[in-house]
Design a protein around this ligand. Structure first.
Ligand code: 5GP
Ligand code: MN
Length: 333
C-alpha cells in the first residue's frame, strides 16, 4: 500500500464502511473497532459491518454494541456499503469470508482498502496492506496509524481494541510474535489501559457451561491418533443440543490437545446447520492451512486454519482421517 495514495482518502471526512469476517474473533473485532474509533476521531462517519454475530464474551469491547450484523440486517448492511465513499476490509482477504455482502463488495465502484495478515489475498481491493508475517491485523492497523501520523490519537479505548486483537491472535504472546509486536504493545500499555483487566476479560470470561463443554470434549469426544501425532474432537448436532451450544462456546477448545507434547495437529469438527466446520491447529512447521485449502474448502494461517464440507458428520470424519496423514507432507519436520 502506498501511503501517499491513501492520505487524500483519509484526510477528507467521508462515509466509511469497515468490514470484517464471518464468525469474528478478537482480531477481527479489535482491529475493526480501533479503526472505527480512529476514523471517527478524525471526522469520518463510520459504520462497522460483520457478516455474523460476535461471541458474547467480547461484549465488553468499546463500541461493540454499534456494529451492524449482516445476518440479521442484510439489506441495511448492503445499503451501507452501497452508500459509503470508502470501504475498509480488515482481517480477511477472500470474499467467501463475507458471504452475505460479498456481491456488493465485488461490484462496489469505490476505493477499497484491505489490511490483513492472511496469505494469498484475492485481488478485490484498490489498496492493500497485506503482511502474512504480521502477528495480527491489529498490529497492521497500528502500523497504518503510524504511517498516517495518527499515533498521537491512540487513546485507552483504541489501545484496548488493538491489544485484544494482538493478544487473541498470538494466544497471549505464545505464537506469531516478532520484535515489532512487543514494541507496539509497549507503546499501547502507556495509553491508560488496564492490561490485567483486558487479559481477564479475554481469558477468564467463560460461562460454567462452556467449561463443562470443554471437559466433555476432552473426556468423551477426543480421539488421539498417536501415529499421526494428531487429535480429533468431533461434536455432532446431538452434542450441540445437549449443551445448548451457541456461537463462541466452542472457541478455544481446539487448542487444548496441543498441550500434549506428542500431539502436533488438533482438529475440531462441528456439525453446523447446513455444513460441517473444521478448525485446525498445529505446532511448528506443520502447515494446516495447506490441508484446509486442498481438502476442506478453506485456508488460514500455517498453524491455525479452518474450512467446511457439505457432507454428513460421519463422512466428514472419514474424509478428515483420509487426509490427515498427508498434513506431514506440508511440513518440513
Ligand atoms: P477458527 O478455527 O478459529 O475458526 O479459524 C482459524 C483461522 O482459520 C481463522 O483465523 C481464519 O484465518 C481461518 N479460517 C477459518 N475458517 C475458514 C474458512 O472457512 N475459510 C478460510 N479461507 N479460512 C478460514
Ligand atoms: Mn487475524
Amino acid at each position: 500500500m502506498n501511503t501517499i495514495d491513501i492520505i487524500p482518502l483519509i484526510k477528507q471526512p467521508r462515509k466509511v464502511t469497515i468490514l470484517s469476517h464471518r464468525n469474528p474473533d478478537g482480531d477481527a473485532l479489535g482491529s475493526s473497532l480501533a479503526m472505527a474509533r480512529m476514523l471517527t476521531y478524525i471526522g469520518h462517519q463510520v459504520k462497522v459491518i460483520l457478516p455474523s454475530e460476535y461471541p458474547y464474551y467480547f461484549d465488553w469491547l468499546p463500541d461493540i454494541e454499534s456494529v451492524v450484523i449482516a445476518d440479521s440486517r442484510v439489506s441495511y448492511a448492503n445499503t451501507l456499503i452501497d452508500e459509503c465513499d470508502l470501504i475498509i476490509c480488515l482481517d480477511f482477504n477472500s470474499l467467501d469470508r463475507v458471504d452475505n455482502v460479498s456481491q456488493t463488495i465485488a461490484t462496489a465502484n469505490k476505493p477499497i482498502i484491505l489490511i490483513d495478515h492472511h496469505q494469498d489475498p484475492m485481488p478485490f481491493a484498490s489498496y492493500m496492506m497485506s503482511d502474512p508475517l504480521a502477528s495480527s491485523t491489529a498490529e497492521l492497523v497500528y502500523r497504518f496509524f503510524e504511517e498516517l501520523g495518527l499515533l498521537h490519537r491512540v487513546d485507552a479505548a483504541i489501545a484496548t481494541c488493538l491489544l485484544t486483537g494482538i493478544i487473541t491472535d498470538t494466544g497471549s504472546f505464545k505464537f506469531n510474535v516478532n520484535p515489532t509486536v512487543f514494541s507496539i504493545v509497549s507503546q499501547l500499555i502507556t495509553k491508560g489501559i488496564d492490561y490485567q483487566q483486558i487479559q481477564y476479560n479475554i481469558f477468564n470470561n467463560m460461562s460454567a457451561k462452556q467449561l463443562q463443554l470443554l471437559g466433555f470434549c476432552l473426556d468423551l469426544r477426543m480421539e488421539v491418533v498417536p501415529e499421526w501425532h494428531a487429535a480429533i474432537i468431533g461434536l455432532n448436532k446431538a452434542d450441540f443440543q445437549r449443551f445448548k451450544i451457541s456461537r463462541g462456546d466452542t472457541e478455544g477448545i481446539v487448542n487444548y490437545p496441543l498441550m500434549v507434547g506428542d500431539i502436533w495437529v488438533a482438529v475440531l469438527v462441528t456439525e453446523q446447520q447446513n455444513l460441517i466446520k473444521f478448525s485446525f491447529r498445529s505446532k511448528g512447521d506443520i502447515a494446516v492451512n495447506e490441508l484446509a485449502k486442498r481438502h476442506f474448502n478453506g485456508g488460514g494461517h500455517k498453524n491455525a486454519a479452518g474450512g467446511s464440507l457439505q457432507v454428513s458428520f460421519n463422512d466428514a470424519i472419514a474424509q478428515l482421517k483420509q487426509h490427515l496423514p498427508s498434513v506431514i507432507q506440508y511440513s518440513s519436520i
